[in-house]
Design a protein around this ligand. Structure first.
Ligand SMILES: CC(C)(COP(=O)(O)OP(=O)(O)OC[C@H]1O[C@@H](n2cnc3c(N)ncnc32)[C@H](O)[C@@H]1OP(=O)(O)O)[C@@H](O)C(=O)NCCC(=O)NCCS
Length: 163
């Protein structure tokens, strides 16, 4: 659907309302659970290295003091890419009623300089095929056309963005 002037005005308005903060990993768990793995054991929301501040950081977008969007970033090398220092994006999720307001994009915009400060030149992710359009809009590219299954979650493709 074509975007209207109103859509852009709304987005600008939401941007003013939103606040992005650094989170503890555990703050992200309720949204990860609800949006990403609603049918899974809640224990599965935790990623290895979640609590290791040396290799991970977590961002959240708030509206009216309510946490509505989260994303986590891990210093993690994927050998398919030549970059020596890389981050992996995981657990990217916005509550359904807050999607399409630019919140996830804003989290990424806040993350890029942090990643760069840590001398990393690449951000990669295993993207759900249903979210590929989103990642392309925020500047990611497919590594290749290979679609792989992550058991219990579904079809994914490897995507990356040079930072
Ligand atoms: C994917 C997701 C994180 C995007 O969050 P969001 O806060 O709605 O994203 P934004 O509002 O910043 O969207 C940025 C742009 O991508 C578009 N977009 C969002 N989700 C999309 C999707 N699944 N497919 C195609 N485009 C999408 C938006 O419409 C917007 O486009 P615009 O700039 O032309 O208006 C959110 O839809 C979500 O939580 N989905 C379910 C969980 C999921 O799939 N997470 C990714 C796991 S790999």
């Amino acid at each position: 659907m074509n975007k209207t002037k109103n859509d852009n005005v709304n987005k600008a308005y939401y941007k003013i309302l939103m606040k992005v903060l650094r989170l503890n990993a555990s703050d992200t768990y309720p949204i990860r659970q609800q949006v990403l793995i609603p049918d899974h054991d809640p224990k599965k929301v935790k990623f290895e290295s979640d609590d290791d501040d040396d290799v991970s950081f977590h961002l959240g977008a708030f509206e009216d003091s309510k946490l509505v969007s989260v994303a986590s970033f891990f210093y993690e090398r994927n050998t398919l890419f030549k970059d020596q220092h890389q981050y992996q994006l995981r657990g990217m999720a916005t509550l359904p009623e807050f999607q399409g307001r630019g919140l996830s994009s804003e989290l990424l915009n806040m993350a890029f300089p942090i990643i760069k400060q840590n001398f990393c030149t690449l951000l990669w992710c295993n993207a759900r095929t249903t979210a590929v359009g989103y990642y392309e809009k925020v500047g990611f590219h497919k590594f290749d056309e290979n679609v792989f299954d992550i058991p219990g979650i579904g079809a994914h493709v490897l995507m990356y963005k040079n930072i």
